[in-house]
Design a protein around this ligand. Sequence first.
Ligand SMILES: C[S@@+](CC[C@H](N)C(=O)[O-])C[C@H]1O[C@@H](n2cnc3c(N)ncnc32)[C@H](O)[C@@H]1O
Length: 409
Amino acid sequence: MKPGTRRDRLAAETLLAEALASTGEGEPQQLQLSRHLRRLGNPALALEAQGLFELRRRARRKLAGSDRIFLSAKGLEQSSSLAVAAWRAARVNALTAPHMPLVDLTCGIGSDAAALAAGGRPVLALDRDPETVLLASLNLERLVGPGALAVRADASRPPLRSEVLLMLDADRRPEGRRELDPERWAPAWSAVLATIARAPGACIKLAPAVEVDTLDATLPSDLPRRWSWVGLGRELVEVVLWTGQLAPSDAPPFEALVLERDGTLRGEVAGDAWARNLATPLTAAEVEACAFIVEPHAAVVRSGLIGALCPQLGVSPLGPRLAFLGGREPVPHPLARRWRVLASCAADRRRVRAMLREADVGPIEVFTRGHPTPPEKLAKSLRGPGHCPGVVLIARLAEGHRAFLVEEA
Ligand SMILES: C[S@@+](CC[C@H](N)C(=O)[O-])C[C@H]1O[C@@H](n2cnc3c(N)ncnc32)[C@H](O)[C@@H]1O
């Protein structure tokens, strides 16, 4: 089916609202809904209404208020979750004057643009895809009002006349596959670099696995920049590059932070270049004396800020460049999971099973750092003969792999 016009979209929404109002208890809502829509005698509109219902349902977890917005499957997949978009907007608002206009060069369905405009900032949202612009336009009208406008434009030739802040979230799957090479993103990195570098401030959303050092090397050396690794719940969801006014000179250039699902800040770690990847591992004797093992959030691990976290917690890596940290009495930290060590041994099958037998442990969950075998496979092969469930961490140390029977502290 061809994507609907603005009128079709609104008509489908009205139809959906009517159909939903007529659903009752008992039979699943989806079945009642499709039967009701089929009866209407306009199959194209019914299909559009059904599609909107499905997409809004799928969007619920990511975009609170999804029952009011217009979506496409790709737009939903690529949109920023409300929690992260709100955090991003709060930072922009904290660092710049509220009336300073902002252009979102690649707005998608408008999640970031809506959050950035929510405080009254004038926002122009661009996207090269006409269907996506229509969705963004409907969403901005509804969520923000006249202060935000969506228009079709190519971000590699943006219609910018005055000094505006920029937001960029390129399509990193333009052919449907994840692209790691920034030149294959849409728009290509080199096509927007000069625009970003000229702007008074820019916020660039990137994939969690992006090669930060490679991208950083492409920026003009005198451009102020700050890199953020952003976690949501247990996941690392994105990397953000801030430039110009959005990277103030008194803020450390690297930070890892984690948001709760409701958008509140769980915690953060920040540091300078020296604090990245700089942490001296423990000796074998010190590893044996560890009462706790600390597992930093993926945002801290990917950012390389373990070196900044370790002194705050009183821990050090168990092995060279290893993201399991050990200590005698580590300080609790919102970006680190703490495990109390109950026993440990060399990670060979016979010794591990003996350690588990001693503790009456049977089925185990395994977490590894620096071990080639998948944890699920190890959980099967190392399972103990006892009755209680347990957790085993396996770490690659300078002297070989070691297994730790632990419990969450
Ligand atoms: C990752 S999505 C943006 C999602 C958005 N930040 C949100 O939260 O909803 C990237 C968007 O860039 C658009 N795009 C790709 N190349 C573009 C270009 N050269 N100019 C403008 N938009 C472009 C795509 O159509 C897509 O909608």
